[in-house]
Design a protein around this ligand. Structure first.
Ligand SMILES: NC(=O)c1ccc[n+]([C@@H]2O[C@H](COP(=O)([O-])OP(=O)(O)OC[C@H]3O[C@@H](n4cnc5c(N)ncnc54)[C@H](O)[C@@H]3O)[C@@H](O)[C@H]2O)c1
Ligand SMILES: *[C@@H]1O[C@H](CO)[C@@H](O)[C@H](O)[C@H]1NC(C)=O
Length: 268
């Protein structure tokens, strides 16, 4: 695939995240067909998106090269799944975060799409092997996990099913980059993906310091908002270790065996 030649993307589910994806994809010049199984819901979504695009344009915060009117003209709404999927090369699913609902919509979708169409899920917490267990050809499936609000937070975690084709990951990476997001590739599926695992580690240590009576709740939050968070808004932990002497920023007892090997490697 050359993502510049492909034109139509279908968004399934027109809630908060579905509308955000639709706005991002039209900002990159794609035609976006929005489907929702609640009759009239996808039409309402377009009305809501129109309001937002106009406001963003007035605030000079509209993304992409096209005007709000041009972007709006790329949107269409559907109450019928097969019509919504017709012609699409990429499908972004944004229905409720319920395993059975996702499994069944992907099962239904597969009947209406050609063999090269990529099926992508927005799930926050479900691993691809569960989400796609009812799909026959899982090599075309992946999770593209956005961070709320996606229009302002660019990270998208791309998580493969064990059977996902490398070309599917690459095409999705190119698509996300083209619409101005910042995709990262996970090499295999894992609970929590990357962002929520890193967040969990920070929360666990913060909680431990509070519980051990080392610091107050208010002050541990300041450690992040007035210190570490400001650094991490610009550079990640690996680059931080590369720039600092790792022993100074790694107190005894924080790292396991394997992580200290990583630190050795990174700091070379
Ligand atoms: N809200 C967030 O912060 C956030 C962030 C990242 C990922 N996500 C994920 O994005 C997905 C959507 O979340 P949301 O916050 O937009 O939810 P939401 O409740 O706002 O919207 C869900 C939409 O899906 C529609 N829907 C439900 N079942 C459907 C079906 N079978 N077919 C078609 N449409 C259906 C509903 O009518 C509704 O319009 C979830 O998987 C969620 O975990 C959410
Ligand atoms: C399965 O999906 C892949 C990736 O989209 C595609 O290349 C392949 O042709 C599909 N196989 C079948 C049997 O449809």
């Amino acid at each position: 695939y050359n993502v510049s030649d492909m034109k139509i993307i279908t968004v399934i589910g027109s809630g908060l995240i579905g509308r955000s994806w639709a706005m991002l994809f039209v900002s990159g010049g794609y035609n976006v067909k929005i489907y929702d199984n609640q009759p009239g819901q996808s039409t309402k979504a377009i009305t809501e998106i129109k309001k937002q695009l106009v406001e963003l344009e007035e605030a000079h915060m509209l993304r992409g090269e096209l005007s709000a009117a041009q972007q709006l003209a790329l949107l269409s709404s559907y109450d019928d799944l097969s019509q919504a999927l017709d012609g699409a090369f990429f499908v972004q699913e944004c229905v409720f975060e319920q395993l059975e609902v996702k499994q069944s919509i992907f099962h239904d979708m597969e009947r209406f799409v050609g063999k090269d169409v990529i099926l992508s899920s927005s799930t926050s917490c479900l691993v691809p092997s569960k989400v796609f267990s009812k799909v026959q050809n899982r090599s075309r499936c992946l999770v593209s996990h956005p961070v709320n609000p996606p229009y302002y937070v660019k990270l998208v975690e791309l998580v493969p099913h064990p059977e996902t084709a490398a070309a599917v990951m690459d095409t999705t990476h190119a698509l996300m980059t083209k619409v101005g997001q910042a995709p990262v590739l996970l090499k295999k599926e894992i609970d929590g993906f990357a962002l929520n695992r890193v967040q969990a580690a920070i929360i666990a240590e913060s909680w431990r310091l509070v519980q051990d009576g080392v610091i107050s709740v208010k002050d541990i939050d300041l450690v992040m908002s007035e210190g570490l968070g400001m650094r991490y808004a610009f550079i990640g932990p690996m680059e931080t270790m590369h720039l600092n002497a790792p022993k100074e920023i790694m107190p005894a007892g924080i790292l396991g065996e394997s992580s200290s090997e990583i630190v050795q490697t990174v700091s070379l």
